[in-house]
Design a protein around this ligand. Structure first.
Ligand code: GMT
Length: 379
């Protein structure tokens, strides 16, 4: 198949899923065309079967906001026409699903039907998409997609609860590549971060409000009182200054390292004992899955799709968002009990295997085939 992928090229979240999906499909022999405004972070090397088309957004003094949607629609039309794409897969509804609809209408004038699959990732439904600034367009463009997938059952339900959806939504879970995410030997790293053999706890995110990063610091403060430990804060975003300020107030700076954005996250996860993700909302929690694949148990909130990934009392523990005391108590229980921690590490890996990329890629392929077959009927 010739597949177009539209996504955000950013670090983390939907951009990572879209890029890894494209690369995986290319390895399986499909021709994959990424269409986005910057090279996706994980598209770092040359790959046979992978093409990248940058959206060139012309600026002009009249534009206070350069019209990215128009530039993207024109690029999609161009790529579909000249690269003869069979299907377009857009990740994150805003604005990609609406732009895809416009491209589809333009192509139809040339007698070409472009089947569009939209994957809903989370905040496009639960946070921004739900906002009345975007909601009518989000609802319309989901209904106009030829196929719609959601990354968890929880997100599917959230979509049905918030919008008037007249089409089926298929749940296809996010996935993990075990060739990259696995526990590797990084003992020398461990000695640098935790020279006295302290426990190492990690958090990775884009440091937005929804991630509740200050809760991570509060949880760590409680853990640190009882268990010699270090906290690694990986990633960057608007809430980082608040988290840093809180560390200073709580006088735990010596035990907390803010590492900023990191590419080789698996090398850091390899030395961790626990991963913390206390989000207000999380449609799936890809970072939790990455930790679990590296045999790191997860202390999380019970919001959104997290209970579909992290199993309470088995791969980690879940508590209500904001309940930092409960999250800290669970973490301490686990960190003080070596046998329990070892068992949870094993369970985390076993659970992560359910999301192996080799199982999930065929689900997408089968779904594309289904959508293509149905769109022949629609034509
Ligand atoms: O806020 C983020 O984590 C980024 C966001 C995105 O769309 O880039 O992530 C969402 O998509 C990820 C990949 O499907 C999910 O693993 C995250 O749970 C989801 N984030 C939220 O729902 C807050």
């Amino acid at each position: 198949m010739k597949i177009g992928i539209v996504c955000y090229p950013t670090y983390g979240g939907s951009g990572v899923v879209a890029t890894e999906l494209g690369l995986g499909l290319a390895r399986r022999g499909h021709e994959v065309h990424f269409i986005t405004y910057r090279r996706p972070v994980r598209l770092a090397h040359f790959h046979e079967n992978v093409f990248y088309h940058e959206v060139d957004n012309e600026d002009y003094p009249l534009f206070e906001y350069p019209p990215y949607d128009t530039a993207l629609a024109s690029t999609i039309v161009d790529v579909v026409k000249y690269q003869k794409l069979d299907i377009l897969h857009v990740h994150y509804a805003i604005p990609h699903a609406a732009v895809a609809y416009m491209a589809k209408k333009i192509l139809l004038q040339d007698g070409r039907y472009l089947p569009v699959v939209t994957t809903l990732h989370g905040t496009d439904i639960t946070l921004v998409g739900n906002n009345r600034t975007f909601a009518p367009v989000v609802e319309f463009s989901i209904n106009k997609s030829d196929g719609v997938t959601a990354v968890s059952n929880s997100l599917k339900q959230d979509t049905l609860d918030r919008f008037n959806i007249q089409r089926d939504i298929r749940v296809i879970y996010n996935f993990i590549d075990f060739e990259r995410f696995r526990k590797i030997d990084k003992e020398h790293f461990k000695k640098i971060i935790a020279p006295q053999g302290e426990r190492i706890i990690a958090h990775t995110s884009n440091f937005r409000k929804v991630k509740r990063v200050e809760d991570v610091v509060q949880i760590f403060k409680r853990i640190n009182k009882k268990v010699p430990s270090k906290l690694l804060m990986i990633g960057d975003g608007p809430e980082r200054p608040n988290a840093e300020r809180l560390c200073r107030e709580l006088k735990i700076c010596d035990d907390v390292r803010f590492l900023g954005k990191q590419d080789a996250i698996e090398e850091l996860l390899a030395i961790c004992d626990l991963f913390v993700i206390p989000s207000e909302n999380e449609s799936f929690g890809l970072s939790a899955l990455e930790a679990m694949a590296c045999e790191v148990p997860v202390i999380s909130s019970d919001s959104g799709g997290l209970p579909e990934v992290n199993i309470h009392g088995k791969t980690g523990f879940l508590s209500a968002p904001g309940d930092v005391d409960a999250m800290a108590a669970h973490a301490i229980e686990l960190l003080q009990n070596e046998d329990m921690l070892m068992q949870f590490r094993k369970n985390a890996l076993e659970q992560a295997r359910r999301f192996d990329i080799h199982n999930v890629l065929p689900e997408y392929e089968a779904y594309y085939e289904e959508v293509l077959a149905n769109s022949v009927v629609i034509q």
